[in-house]
Design a protein around this ligand. Structure first.
Ligand SMILES: *Cc1c(COP(=O)(O)O)cnc(C)c1O
Length: 227
């Protein structure tokens, strides 16, 4: 299993570099988040041995147990799944990043519960760019006010936006969705928010997301295999 994960990681880095080159971007301008949900500590350990340090998790309880088993490694943990109010304390105490802020109440709780001994929690706001009904995320009209409010909270640092586009029928549609996310990101920057992270792009839309300015792509299956 270990050598397969290393091979998959090498392939993913090749794909990211190719997409960057096609878009006229530097290969190191896109960060890889390895989505390790449902995989055990051994899989994460194998990916770390192959050079991966940032891992994404959706299920809080599962993630916290995994972190405990991997305490000996210098890993960075990103929460990318929906967060219920009763889970904010665990998230604030254990994660380095949260990509899935979609309402102020959750951000406020994370801010209050972040232990002052830890670095500020790095956060992205999840935005529902294409109006997909099955998933969470703030709607574009509500984004500017939420971003300003989150940016003002102590113990959090607002870094950018996260989006999970619905699979689109055509490449042009996909491109339009990514371009809209990029435009929202740039308009917040123009309002003075020092954002540097656009968390956009999964297996199915890696290249188009990178072409439209993604700075972080989230891949699970391509690295660890089918869940
Ligand atoms: C599961 C998940 C991913 C990774 O999905 P794969 O299809 O395994 O690459 C990326 N982003 C989010 C938000 C996820 O929940």
């Amino acid at each position: 299993m270990d050598s397969l994960i290393a091979q998959n990681l090498a392939q993913v880095h090749t794909d990211i570099a190719a997409a960057c080159e096609a878009a006229g971007r530097l290969a190191d301008s896109v960060q890889l988040l390895a989505v390790s949900k449902t995989w055990g500590p051994e899989a994460v350990r194998a990916a770390h041995a192959a050079g991966q340090t940032a891992f994404g998790e959706n299920y809080i309880q599962e993630a916290v147990e995994k972190m405990a088993a991997l305490r000996d490694l210098p890993l960075q943990w990103h929460c990318i799944g929906p967060i219920q109010s009763n889970k904010t304390k665990l998230v604030a105490e254990h994660f380095d990043w949260v990509h899935s802020i979609d309402r102020l109440k959750i951000a406020q709780r994370l801010s209050e519960q972040r232990p002052p001994t830890l670095a500020p929690l790095q956060v992205c706001i999840q935005v529902n760019v294409d109006g997909g009904s099955t998933k969470s995320g703030v709607s574009p009209p509500e984004l500017p006010a939420l971003a300003q409010a989150v940016a003002a909270l102590p113990h959090l640092q607002l870094r950018g936006l996260m989006t999970i586009p619905e699979p689109a029928e055509t490449e042009a549609q996909m491109r339009a969705v990514h371009a809209k996310a990029k435009a929202l990101f740039e308009s917040l920057r123009q309002q003075g928010l020092p954002l540097d992270t656009l968390s956009m792009g999964m297996s199915a839309d890696l290249a188009p997301a990178i072409a439209q300015g993604s700075t972080l792509v989230r891949l699970g299956t391509a690295i660890f295999g089918k869940r």
